[in-house]
Design a binder for this molecule. Structure first.
Ligand code: 5GP
Ligand code: MN
Length: 339
């Protein structure tokens, strides 16, 4: 764990004294990005109400129910508002990312800001220089780290509440695939136990996230599964989603969230990829089981990164066909690492 907070006391002073505070998170915000950002925002607002969240682009509908959702500004739709807000911002948090580029179009305006910068993240090897850094790749999620961070601040315990615990639990739940990965250490469950004691409704949180899909989304999943390509000799399978099919199934952002995990349910498959066509690029998600590092794979070949077992990347100005062909051509070279 890398933790370079000089003192928790000085951080509390910075929080209380800041004119404005901005919490930011990564492109394509997921449950952990939104949950950790809102959990932290709701907490910090008790010390300094001038606290907002900015996301680089839109996030799925199934994440909009969280307490504090109205605090989020979307840089794609509210650029002027975020830029103006940043003029008076004295403290910026980077949550759930550690590479400037993951801030998308917010990156230049964030990096040129003279505000004090704090990073809280669980991805490998922080690439960004900030004033303070809490980075722990062993943590299940950034939400888990935000809870540790909050707990360690020298503040009265009553500042934690059910809404904050709800957001943080949602972050942990989604980043661990409902506790099926990234959650082998006892610490995660001790944090979850403490969050449950704040009276969160865990079953309802599950339902709000996972039982909230449109019928079209289910049909889209069926379509992607029926076109899945399986390579038993490489313990690999992949699925694709073209722009044409997105139109056909009235695709909305977030509809394909989690699709990449399905091939891993096949016996003998431990490497999975999902390719989605965008207007300007092919966005890829990778997942693995065991020791095969999809973080390294994404870094080496697809301009991306992430975690050992969950990563992503993208290829600009290319077609689904050429990117999947490249992917398949790489399999013989990594075959022995996929176990
Ligand atoms: P997902 O497949 O859910 O989009 O992303 C899985 C993980 O990979 C996330 O932790 C995310 O931060 C990381 N990731 C996804 N896309 C990219 C990318 O283009 N670049 C980097 N560096 N990380 C990515
Ligand atoms: Mn995360």
């Amino acid at each position: 764990m890398i933790s370079t907070f000089p003192t928790k006391e000085s951080l509390c002073q910075i929080i209380s004294g800041a004119r404005k505070i901005l919490i930011t998170t990564h492109l394509g915000p997921d449950g952990d990005a939104i949950g950790s950002s809102l959990g932290l925002a709701l907490f910090i607002r008790k010390l300094n109400p001038e606290t907002r969240v900015a996301v680089p682009n839109d996030y799925p509908d199934f994440l909009r129910w969280m307490p504090g959702n109205e605090l989020i500004m979307n840089y794609m739709k509210q650029k002027a508002e975020v830029d103006a807000y940043l003029q008076e911002t004295d403290l910026i948090f980077y949550l759930d990312y550690n590479e400037g580029s993951r801030g998308g179009q917010m990156e230049p305006v964030l990096s040129s800001s003279g505000a004090c910068k704090v990073l809280i993240d669980h991805h490998l090897t922080p690439a960004m220089k900030t004033d303070y850094c809490l980075s722990d790749p062993n943590a299940s999620s950034t939400a888990e780290l935000v809870y540790s961070f909050i707990r360690e601040l020298p503040l009265p315990k009553h500042l934690m509440d059910t809404d904050i615990a709800t957001c943080l639990y949602a972050g942990i739940l989604t980043d661990t695939g409902c506790f099926s990965f990234n959650s082998s250490r006892g610490e995660t469950f001790r944090q979850v136990a403490a969050l449950l004691d704040y009276g969160i409704d865990k079953d309802n949180i599950y339902s709000l996230i996972y039982d909230n899909f449109s019928a079209m989304r289910m049909l889209l999943l069926g379509h992607c599964l029926s076109n899945m390509q399986v390579f038993p000799e490489y313990k690999t399978a992949y699925m694709t989603l073209s722009l044409e099919d997105q139109k056909k199934f009235h695709y909305k952002i977030g509809d394909s969230e989690g699709f990449v995990n399905y091939p891993l349910s096949i016996e003998g498959i431990s490497f999975s990829a999902f390719f989605i066509e965008n207007e300007d690029k092919i966005k890829i998600s990778f997942r693995s089981k065991g020791t095969f590092s999809v973080n390294q794979f994404a870094r080496d070949y697809f301009n991306g990164g992430g975690h050992l077992n969950a990563s992503g990347g993208d290829v600009y100005k290319s077609s689904l066909q050429s990117v999947t062909e490249k992917f398949v051509s790489l399999l013989p070279g990594v075959k022995d690492s996929i176990i």
